[in-house]
Design a protein around this ligand. Structure first.
Ligand code: AP5
Ligand code: ZN
Length: 216
């Protein structure tokens, strides 16, 4: 199965992607996580991406599309994948369509996570991420680690993302509305979109998402 997860910053894409990918036995491909891994390894790609990310802007398509395609070409993605944070504008959506048709593949579903703006701000303000594994995501109120600033799963240090400052979050939301939301209409025309509420407990949202996916 090939799925695109779309939604504003802080909607819970990463949180849901981890569960969905496990349930469906497909890799979770997050362009944000790929950029952050490059930044922590100090690669040229990471250096390039960092300034855009910290300003809340999109990393240019020339960098992003190649990186996403390289990841989708890896062996573990041959049977399917869950894309989180890609595509993020019409140019990327068109590039993905071209990539898929060149490989005689197609998308099965686009899940659109809907969440009010006040909730986005609350979720991002409290988010804490593990330094060892970006899929270990906590929240200072909603899913507190047993020991403050320590990951329950691996003992790693929990930190707050540099682009999670209030000012940058506002910028990221504006970019989401102007650049990313148009891809929802783009995929609606292909009959692929299901919009689900991302409010409620994490497990409830996962159940909604699983029900929204085509069977098989
Ligand atoms: P990216 O890493 O993709 O960030 P984002 O889209 O802004 O999304 P977030 O990671 O902020 O939120 P999320 O929806 O995953 O929420 P999460 O599950 O963590 O991108 C970052 C930057 O990289 C971009 O700004 C851009 O610069 C660059 N970039 C990435 N991809 C790009 C692309 N394709 N093109 C160009 N540039 C690109 O949840 C948030 C918090 O809420 C957590 O604390 C979590 O515990 C909590 N939470 C989750 N679900 C619930 C729930 N149901 N109830 C209560 N709390 C919950
Ligand atoms: Zn951890």
């Amino acid at each position: 199965m090939r799925i695109v997860l779309v939604g504003p910053p802080g909607a819970g894409k990463g949180t849901q992607a981890a569960y969905l990918a496990e349930n469906l036995s497909i890799p979770h491909i997050s362009t944000g996580d790929l950029f952050r891994a490059n930044i922590s390894q100090g690669t040229p790609l990471g250096l390039q991406a960092k300034e855009y990310m910290n300003a809340g802007h999109l990393v240019p398509d020339e960098v992003t599309i190649g990186m996403a395609e390289d990841r989708m070409r890896q062996d573990d993605a041959a049977q399917g994948f869950l894309l989180d944070g890609f595509p993020r504008n019409i140019g990327q959506a068109e590039a993905l369509d071209t990539f898929l048709s060149a490989h005689r593949l197609k998308l099965d579903a686009v899940l659109d996570l809907e969440v009010p703006e006040e909730e986005v701000v609350r979720r991002i303000a409290g988010r804490r991420i593990c330094r060892n594994d970006s899929s270990h995501v906590f929240h200072a109120e909603y899913s507190r680690p047993v020991k403050e600033a320590v990951c329950d799963e691996c003992g790693g240090e929990l930190y707050q993302r540099e682009d999670d400052s209030e000012e940058t979050v506002r910028k990221r939301l504006a970019v989401y509305h102007s650049e990313t939301e148009p891809i929802i209409d783009y995929y609606k025309k292909q009959g692929l979109v299901t919009t689900i509420s991302a409010l409620g407990a994490v497990t409830e949202v996962t159940e909604r998402a699983m029900r929204a996916l085509p069977r098989g």
